[in-house]
Ligand binder design. Sequence first.
Ligand SMILES: [Zn+2]
Length: 355
Amino acid sequence: MANSITDSVGQGGVNHPDDVRTVYALLNKLLSTPLAVSDQVSDELIQAIKNFQQTFLSQPDGRIDAGGRTWRELVTAGETPEATDISASVGEGGQNFPQDVRLVYALFNKILSRPLIVSDQVSNELIQAIKDVQKTFLSQPDGRIDVGGSTWRRLTTPAGGTGKSVLLSFDDGPAPTSALHSILDTLDRHGIKAEFYALGQEVDSFPTAAQEIANRGHKVQNHSYTHPNLAKLSKGAVQKELEKTQESIKKATGTTPTKIRPPFGAGGWRPYDPELAAVAASLSLHIQNWDIDTEDWKSPKGIGPGKRAMIQRQFQRQQHQNLFNVLMHVLPDTADDLEEFISYLKQWGFTFAQP
Ligand SMILES: [Zn+2]
């Protein structure tokens, strides 16, 4: 079959009949309910293009340009080898053919820290695992995987494809240093690099700890010197807080921070606090708040089971995004829960971005 299009297809596209047919054929490989193929663009086709684009574009435009991002994603998605496809739906209310069910178990066991017991039958445990994946991007998880559907794509998309990623960030370090070391060890075990928004005064007290963060490949960034609400300070005071911290971090690690996260996020949401923005710009600092607040500082501290639903809702509300900065703190409970939290992030389909 033709594996290229000569011009754009879809909303506002050139829509050469041959190209339109090629796009129908490619999309029908992915859809559980195939579209009626013709050489005309239908509303149904435009909607299918938009749905497909939603997994990797923040503003789906319903058009496929020759050689463009959507075209490349579509070809890649269609190339999934036959042997690793399910032939019918799996999970709650699914058709659950034994070979499909086994394949789904195998997929989950690649990402779960505690493997599921594999069989030909769908277990409640499997349905729950499917729902957990769905909770980060569907408002009504149904526990079922449809052929070529969004849950299937989420489970099978390799890193760097249409997959979504998280960037882990830890505030208020480098102390307490025992929690810091535990966090660094867990990150090392998973080969994950993170951002640490450090306080200048703690860096001055624990320069070796700050240096170790950098030595182990993470980024040490600016979180002010004394943790004040920068939005309430004069420009001169903000300048002092940020400049002193730049110097402390430079002295301890040999690297100069490129990002500032204001304490409490204050002044760091658009529109930025004007004084903070001016000082940050003068120090070549990019203002970086977070997308996902794990609320690890709230009682009960850490990122235990009680925080999971709240975190999943935050991902769900921002499902148009592809990269999420996840806020945590250098705290003992967070350090204890980090291993399990990372395994949940993997289970939810996220890969880990480089800081
Ligand atoms: Zn803080």
